[in-house]
Ligand binder design. Structure first.
Ligand SMILES: [Zn+2]
Length: 259
């Protein structure tokens, strides 16, 4: 059966002398593993469209056992990523997470669009990497149905305190006053290297995160004020890692080289 799909190359693995296995995230069929024969040869008509991060039209010969690339045409290659190591490392993380959460036969158009927009902004250097990262992580949780409940303290129901603790296990926030009344909390900082329990958020950061999770699509990548970008970044990352129960190597590398 021939499939005609629009897709994004989220990962590639070299095979044999000149072939590659592509992890293709498609709009119609979710994630597909596609064998691209000869695509590492400079003369191959698939060369550009089978590069990691390429987005385009693909014709695939699908049998019960395999998917073989038949035709490919790249519409976007995001070559701008190669200009900046940190942006490239973050794009790698975005691609790895996207390939991880999208399943075969389960297309997730909103997630694919979020990933492509994130990578576009990094490639064109239109947004700071921290802004892209926290927006991607926060909004992805919304699309997966895992968004935290950030509107008010889960104990007293108020939204008046200056400091909140985001429980990254169950996705609720508790204000500092209610925390003092209960037995206290173990903070993420105190638990460095172990499973995180909570992430500290100022009210401003909490409200910003909530807006990113719920806003209309054109505002997802709004710049957070410089004063709160690090705390939001820490919270959105810990929340994603904990909810997806994964360690991403690409994230470790990004953190090594991002200041
Ligand atoms: Zn409270």
């Amino acid at each position: 059966m021939l499939l005609q799909v629009e897709g994004f190359v989220a990962n590639t693995t070299d095979c044999g002398e000149s072939d590659k296995m592509l992890t293709l995230i498609t709009r119609r069929y979710g994630k597909l593993s596609v064998y691209a024969r000869g695509c590492r040869k400079l003369t191959s008509k698939f060369m550009t469209a089978s590069l990691k991060f390429s987005y385009g039209d693909y014709v695939i010969n699908k049998t019960e056992k395999s998917c073989i690339l038949n035709e490919a045409y790249a519409k976007m290659t995001f070559f701008g990523l190669r200009r900046d190591m940190v942006n490239l490392a973050l794009a790698d993380y975005v691609a790895e997470v996207t390939a991880d959460v999208i399943m075969p036969e389960e297309p997730e158009d909103q997630i694919l669009e979020l990933a492509l927009n994130s990578i576009y902004l990094l490639s064109e250097q239109k947004k700071q990497h921290r802004t892209v990262k926290t927006a991607f992580e926060t909004r992805l949780m919304t699309y997966l149905g895992l968004a935290p409940h950030l509107d008010r303290c889960c104990k007293c129901g108020k939204n008046e305190d200056d400091t909140y603790y985001l429980d990254i296990m169950d996705g609720t926030v508790i204000c500092s006053k209610c925390t003092e009344k209960s037995a206290g909390v173990r903070t993420a900082e105190a638990d460095e290297g172990k499973a995180y329990i909570v992430s500290v958020l100022s009210k401003e950061a909490k409200d910003f995160m909530k807006r990113t999770a719920e806003c209309e699509k054109t505002k997802i990548f709004a710049n957070p004020p410089e004063s709160i970008i690090k705390e939001i970044g820490a919270a959105s990352e810990r929340y994603l890692i904990n909810q997806l129960e994964k360690n991403y190597k690409t994230l470790d590398f990004y953190k090594e080289i991002a200041d």
